[in-house]
Design a protein around this ligand. Structure first.
Ligand code: UTP
Length: 264
C-alpha cells in the first residue's frame, strides 16, 4: 500500500498570533526565506506524496496560490477544501471528504531530518497497516502543553499506543513522548471522527484516537529521528526561525558573527 495523498489542515484561527494571523495566515510566515508550510509540503513530496488537499477557511486562499507557485515544477497536485467553522483539527480533516489511507500533516510542525519524518512513519505503516502517530521526546516540564502517550515499545522508535493523555501534569504524564502534528490515518479513523461530531466542543483527531483505543483498536507511534521545530506559538516560532537561520548555508555564518559582535 503506497500512500499518495496528504491532508494539510490550515484552517485554524491561530489565536496565539492574533491579530497578525488574522491578516497574514501564519502558515505563510517565513522561516528563514520560505513559508512555514513550504517545509511541510517539501516533507510530503520527499515522502512520495502526489496529491495534497489543503483545508483552509475563507480568506486564507493565498496559501494555495503560494504553494502552486512554488511547486509548479513538481509532480504534485494541490486542491483546497473549506472549513467554514473552526470546530477543531478533526473536523478540518473531515472536510477533505476522503476515506482512503491518508497522511495528515499540520501546517505548523516542521521536522528537520535526514529521512523525512513522514517517510519514517510510512515505514511503520507498511509493516503494521494500522494508523500511525508521530511522537517526539520532550523534557518533563514541557509535557503539560501537549498530548502525551502511554506506550508499549515494539522496537527502536516504534510503539503501540495504549492511551493518550491531553496536557498532563508532570505527575500524570504516562511517558515523555509528545504527539507531533503528523499522522497516517485509515478509513476507521475517519469514521471515528465522524462519530465524535455529535459530541460538544472541538472535534479533535486525538479524540478519535482515544475512542479507538478505548475500543481496543491498535494504533502505532513512530518516534521519528530528527529535530522537531514547532511554529505554533511565538517562542517556538522564533526559536525555529533562529535555528534554521543559523544553520542556513547562505546566511548562517554571518548571522553567527553578528550575534558574537552584539555580545549575545
Ligand atoms: P492548532 O491547535 O495549532 O490551532 O491547530 P490554530 O488555530 O492553528 O492555532 P491556535 O491554537 O488558535 O493558536 C493545529 C493544526 O490544525 C489546524 C491548524 O490550522 C493547524 O494546522 N486547524 C485547527 C484547522 O484546520 N481547523 C481547526 O478548526 C483547528
Amino acid at each position: 500500500m503506497v500512500i499518495k495523498k496528504a491532508i494539510i489542515p490550515a484552517a485554524g484561527l491561530g489565536t496565539r498570533f492574533l491579530p497578525l494571523s488574522k491578516f497574514v495566515p501564519k502558515e505563510l510566515w517565513p522561516i528563514v526565506d520560505k513559508a512555514t508550510i513550504q517545509y511541510i509540503v517539501e516533507e510530503a513530496i520527499a515522502s512520495g506524496i502526489k496529491e495534497i488537499v489543503l483545508v483552509v477557511r475563507p480568506g486564507k486562499e493565498n496559501i494555495l496560490a503560494y504553494l502552486k507557485d512554488v511547486f509548479s515544477a513538481k509532480r504534485v497536485s494541490f486542491s483546497k477544501v473549506y472549513q467554514k467553522e473552526q470546530l477543531g483539527d478533526g473536523h478540518a480533516v473531515l472536510q477533505a471528504k476522503t476515506k482512503e489511507i491518508t497522511a495528515v500533516l499540520f501546517g505548523d510542525d516542521i521536522v528537520e531530518s535526514k529521512t523525512p519524518a513522514l517517510l519514517q512513519m510510512m515505514k511503520v505503516f507498511n509493516k503494521y497497516q494500522r494508523p500511525v502517530i508521530a511522537l517526539h521526546k520532550i523534557s518533563k516540564e514541557k509535557l503539560s502543553a501537549y498530548g502525551v502517550v502511554k506506550v508499549d515499545k515494539i522496537s527502536k522508535g516504534v510503539y503501540k499506543v495504549k492511551d493518550i493523555v491531553e496536557k498532563p501534569s508532570i505527575k500524570q504524564a504516562p511517558s515523555n513522548l509528545a504527539i507531533v502534528g503528523k499522522y497516517i490515518i485509515t478509513p476507521e479513523v475517519f469514521s471515528h471522527i465522524k462519530a465524535s461530531t455529535k459530541a460538544k466542543g472541538e472535534i479533535r483527531l486525538a479524540g478519535a484516537f482515544q475512542d479507538m483505543l478505548k475500543k481496543g483498536e491498535t494504533i502505532y507511534g513512530c518516534e521519528f529521528e530528527g529535530k522537531w521545530l514547532e511554529c505554533g506559538n511565538k517562542q517556538a516560532y522564533l526559536k525555529s526561525n533562529l535555528y534554521l537561520s543559523l544553520k542556513h548555508p547562505q546566511f548562517g555564518k554571518e548571522l553567527k558573527q553578528f550575534l558574537k559582535k552584539e555580545n549575545f
